[in-house]
Design a protein around this ligand. Structure first.
Ligand code: 4AD
Ligand code: MG
Length: 449
């Protein structure tokens, strides 16, 4: 039986067995209490052990924190106590004794310290709650798209093309490092993907609505609390859709996911609201009930210029919005998620559809309080000649993107999509401040533990 089920169903008087790891243990000569956790919830189960009921009482009472045990016993209600019930043990089988230098003792450890023990930190309240919410969100994403008729596509991790055209890819090497020929992927240059979008577009041109959900890699040297070298992205792509439909989908998806965790992860969210971010629940409830703001980049720049505050990075039409600007818009001006559309073409990727003004593209970023950019997307350039011209301007080889250009030659159509950064989503719904603490094994600049 999992401990979460006991809390849900309260089998009073029933004989139950549970297995887990000891969080704390207090014992006297004749009786004692164990707080057991099995990872199914961050709630512990209190276990009462008594000398005259257990053959191995003296061994059990000396166990150290972190040891694993399997316990059989009767569940009894304890209306006067802090916990609703406790397990009166009739049998305790010791599975594995924890060495006395176990680093997770009963006290609050800093997130910085926990990052030094990635193999043990999922056993703490905070990180186990984060990773349970991460798992629920992944499942909710698949559920959302499946309910809305999107086909799930697995795009390649090893690729020969640079989706963002920004050259921030990790190159693959293989075989004998001294042989120039073998150093590449079977003689050809190959990299880890930065985005599944280009392949996603292929599939949208066959299935209409698709999504990808997988790992992506960026070699950008950004040592911040929001950038990882390896992160997961959710990328829907829709044929016969433009920027408005793209934003409608993004808003509906985010609201669905927030409502999902509000109802399915109450214990975890209450915990984050108490210990990580006191405004979390208020903010999430507010998002679920209100529409997102939609403004153009030009309007955003005007708002920022009119701000009474000094930014470190001066605002001018043409700049890429910095985190401080994104946070000002979402946290001080609008106090909710904001879509910013129609960015200058010079700061966006080659595949975004050129607007009639010839200066801006049909791009959209979704910015949220606390995190900044959580989604980046666009309507795609479906006109062959405009795309070719843009690629030439940027010096991108048509040979390398032949397949992508083919889509514009064989039944091209209006289409749009976006990429949702999965870790940024987890940060947003948990209130966690550092991307290192929402990834099981973070791969960040200077960090390969
Ligand atoms: O804005 P980006 O770069 O967009 C794309 O890659 C498009 N091809 C997506 C598409 O239209 N299908 O990245 C999308 C999102 C960002 O908004 C951000 O949430 C996340 O991916 N992201 C990162 N998350 C963590 N670490 C990084 N280094 C990230 N770079 C982007
Ligand atoms: Mg972006």
């Amino acid at each position: 039986m999992r401990i979460s089920e006991l809390y849900k169903n309260r089998f009073e008087g029933d004989s139950v067995s549970v297995s887990g790891w000891i969080r704390t243990l207090r014992c006297s000569k004749s009786f004692g209490f164990i707080e057991l956790n099995d990872g199914s919830s961050f709630k512990n189960l209190q276990i009462v052990i008594e000398e005259d009921k257990l053959e191995n009482y003296s061994e059990v009472s000396k166990l150290s924190v972190g040891s694993s045990v399997s316990v059989k016993g009767n569940l009894e209600f304890t209306p006067e106590a802090k916990q609703p019930f406790e397990l009166k043990a009739s049998e305790v089988e010791i599975q594995g004794v924890s060495a006395p230098d176990y680093p997770l003792q009963k006290k609050r450890h800093s997130f910085e310290f926990l990052r030094t023990i990635p193999h043990l930190r999922p056993r703490t309240n905070s990180l186990s709650a984060v990773f349970r919410v991460r798992s629920m969100l992944a499942q909710a994403i698949h559920r959302y798209f499946s309910e809305h008729g999107f086909i799930y596509v697995n795009t390649p991790i090893i690729t020969g093309s640079d989706c963002e055209g920004a050259g921030e890819m990790f190159r693959l090497t293989a075989g004998d490092p001294n042989s120039a020929e073998k150093r590449e992927f079977f003689g050809k240059p190959a990299s880890l993907t930065v985005s599944g979008q280009l392949e996603g577009e292929d599939f949208a041109m066959a299935f209409g609505n698709i999504y990808t959900f997988g790992p992506t890699f960026r070699a950008e040297n950004s040592n911040t609390a929001r950038h990882a070298a390896e992160f997961w992205m959710v990328e829907p792509e829709m044929a016969f859709a433009g920027l408005k439909e793209d934003m409608d989908l993004a808003e509906d998806l985010l609201k669905y996911l927030i409502k999902f965790v509000l109802s399915e992860a109450c214990d975890e969210l209450n915990f984050f609201n108490s210990f990580v971010d006191k405004c979390l629940l208020e903010r999430l409830n507010n998002v679920a009930d209100n529409s997102f703001v939609r403004i153009t980049y030009t309007e955003a720049v005007e708002k920022l210029k009119a701000a009474k505050k000094e930014f470190n990075f001066p605002v001018e039409w043409g700049i890429d919005l910095q985190t401080e600007h994104e946070r000002y818009l979402t946290e001080e001006v609008y106090k909710r998620p904001v879509f910013v559309t129609d960015y200058p073409k010079d700061i966006k990727a080659f595949y975004m559809r050129l607007n009639d003004d010839g200066k801006t593209v049909a791009a959209v970023d979704c910015l949220v309080p606390g995190v900044g950019e959580i989604i980046g997307g666009s309507q795609r350039e479906e006109r062959l000649s405009v795309l070719e011209e843009r690629m030439e301007e940027l010096g991108l080889s048509q040979e390398d993107y032949k397949r992508y250009l083919d889509l514009r030659r064989y039944g091209t159509c209006k289409h749009a999509g976006f990429g949702l950064g999965f870790e940024r989503l987890v940060m947003y719904v948990t209130g966690m401040q550092n991307i290192r603490d929402v990834i099981p094994y973070p791969r960040i600049v200077n960090n390969l533990v």
